[in-house]
Design a protein around this ligand. Structure first.
Ligand code: HEM
Length: 206
């Protein structure tokens, strides 16, 4: 891929990733975040986290299916870091607007509400991944260990989906689409890796 195309694509990805935050800032400045601004911020940051995590999970299966899209790997770290950025904004919304920075209220919420417990687990799982996202950390850990650690992103995505289901009212099916997409991506990776290994084992016909 040409350098200019890569720069253009990177700019577009940055703009797309920043758009939910920009939309929230614009809504706050113009006093236009709806009747319940806290709910709007929580919903936007939570959904952006889950969407970005899902897109970053899709990169490996897409590359295995379509090797001509191998360059997508250049965007995985950026998407993962933006997912962590929105997860942290989402967490801070809870810390500031739901609990009012009250440590007792926070610990009570984490213990009492299972959707908060699993949401917290998801954020804690993303933390070491964001911390080891630098080229220096990859070198220090070594490729194999780094890859093993970064498999935690699958557990984080599952926790995120469970967190979503555990807070919607009974009968509400809004989290269904993202659940199906995450489920397919979780299955796709081992299935495609197996198919690729088999293909490599079969000697090419002369
Ligand atoms: C990877 C981590 C996380 C993801 C993907 C995620 C995702 C979501 C999503 C999609 C919603 C739905 C909003 C709606 O339908 O209104 C939500 C709501 C919420 N999340 Fe998270 N979340 C995560 C972590 C956390 C953490 C760490 C906390 C706090 C400790 C948290 C607290 C909340 C709260 C308080 C709500 C609003 C519940 C309500 O409407 O009463 N989340 N989250």
């Amino acid at each position: 891929m040409k350098r200019s195309t890569l720069i253009l694509l990177k700019t577009l990805v940055w703009l797309a990733c920043l758009s939910p935050a920009a939309w929230l800032v614009w809504g706050a400045v113009t006093n236009n975040l709806g009747p319940d601004p806290t709910a709007t911020i929580t919903f936007t940051t939570g959904l952006s986290t889950l969407r970005l995590l899902t897109i970053s999970l899709a990169i490996t299966p897409v590359r295995l299916l379509l090797p001509q899209l191998n360059w997508l790997i250049k965007f995985r770290r950026l998407l993962g870091l933006f997912a962590f950025f929105y997860a942290s904004m989402h967490l801070m919304t809870w810390v500031a607007l739901y609990t009012g920075f009250d440590l007792n209220a926070m610990s009570a919420d984490i213990v009492k509400r299972r959707y908060i417990t699993v949401g917290m687990a998801a954020w804690l799982l993303l933390l070491p991944l964001a911390a080891t996202s630098t080229s220096w950390a990859i070198r220090k850990l070594g490729g194999k260990r780094w890859n093993r650690l970064h498999k935690l992103v699958y557990v984080a995505a599952v926790c995120g989906v469970v967190h979503y289901w555990w807070q919607v009212k009974t009968g509400v099916l809004t989290p269904m689409t993202i659940t199906i997409v995450v489920g397919v991506l979780l299955l796709a990776r081992p299935v495609l890796a197996l198919a690729q290994r088999r293909r490599k084992r079969v000697p090419a016909a002369v």
